[in-house]
Write a protein that binds this ligand. Structure first.
Ligand code: SAM
Length: 290
């Protein structure tokens, strides 16, 4: 692997901050990340944000196929050249915004699921993770590098200020494991913060399934949208169109103290709450905006 500094100079390329372009600088670290991802020769990998190919190349040396998605048009030729120089023929470079990619299109007839890998662009990491969660009929697991703060928020248990909507959603649909921390100086250009690699094993069947997962997401939006308020008040002021007189019976039916706050509820309590509320509301058009 050529260092990103050298490659960027040779191709006269200026990294774009808005696209979260902080490239992995050390080949040994890229190799280690791929090793820890436990990809095997039968696996079909979807790599998000392939960049200069730091992970693409070691991934392709092991996996059956790698779909390398990259949004920045300027990087596509560079990436293809790097792959060619490494004599790899199992990489399909896709110039695409991951948020617009239909993951089903990658696995039309496949029964085995995809594995996702990537050093994610930091400004859309949460959106990507929610998209993967809702695509988990096609994705078995993801091994991703995230900004440390987001990674720690995701694995945070209830009862803390960091615990939020994304923690509940991912803890609902996946088993999460912190794999390792990576210091900011391992990237070029150097970002302001350190990173954490997380392994996300999607559960096909959550322990207590929500009747409607998108609706659960809406309930979390309402509860955490006003996280300093008690749940009784947060639900009153929410977009869920609940009659004020319905709120106490709903909370009672779900077995939740109306004076508690969103951050104290565990995943199962949120699922119960969502299932009870759903029976009370007129259908709303849920949106997956994060
Ligand atoms: N994988 C490379 C590495 O580890 O060195 C690059 C990682 S860099 C943190 C994130 C990459 O994601 C960049 O190459 C960036 O251009 C790309 N990217 C940003 N937004 C994207 C999007 N919406 N869809 C696909 N790729 C995106």
């Amino acid at each position: 692997m050529t260092s990103p500094k050298t490659l960027l100079k040779a191709w006269n390329f200026r990294p774009n901050k808005l696209l979260g372009q902080n490239f992995l600088a050390a080949p040994s670290l890229a190799e280690r990340i791929v090793k820890l991802s436990e990809v095997s020769p039968e696996d079909v990998v979807l790599e998000i944000g392939a960049g200069l190919g730091a992970l693409t190349i070691p991934l392709a040396r092991i996996a059956k196929t790698v779909f390398a998605v990259e949004k920045d048009h300027r990087l596509i030729e560079l990436l293809k050249t790097e792959i060619l120089l490494n004599r790899l023929s199992n990489v399909k470079v896709m110039e695409q915004d991951i948020l617009n990619l239909n993951i089903d299109d990658l696995a039309p007839n496949r029964t085995d699921k995809l594995i996702v890998a990537g050093n994610l662009p930091y400004n859309i990491s949460s959106q990507i993770l929610i998209k993967l969660l809702f695509s988990r009929d096609k994705v078995s697991r993801a091994i991703v590098m995230l900004q440390k703060e987001l990674a720690l928020r995701i694995i945070e248990p209830p009862g803390s200020k960091k615990y939020g909507r994304i923690s509940v959603m991912l803890q609902y649909g996946a088993e999460l494991k912190k794999i390792m921390e990576v210091k900011a100086d391992q990237f070029f250009p150097k970002p302001k913060v350190d990173s954490v690699m997380l392994s996300i094993n999607f559960k096909p069947k959550p322990d207590l399934p929500a009747d409607n997962e998108i609706f659960l997401f809406e309930v979390l939006k309402a509860a955490f949208g006003q996280r300093r308020k008690t749940l009784k008040n947060a639900l009153k002021g929410s977009q869920l169109h609940l009659e004020p007189k319905e709120i106490l019976p709903i909370l009672e039916k779900a077995g939740i103290n109306p004076l508690s706050r969103a951050e104290s509820l565990d995943v199962q309590e949120f699922v119960r709450l969502s299932n009870v509320i759903k029976a009370y509301t007129t259908p709303i058009q849920p949106k997956l905006d994060y």
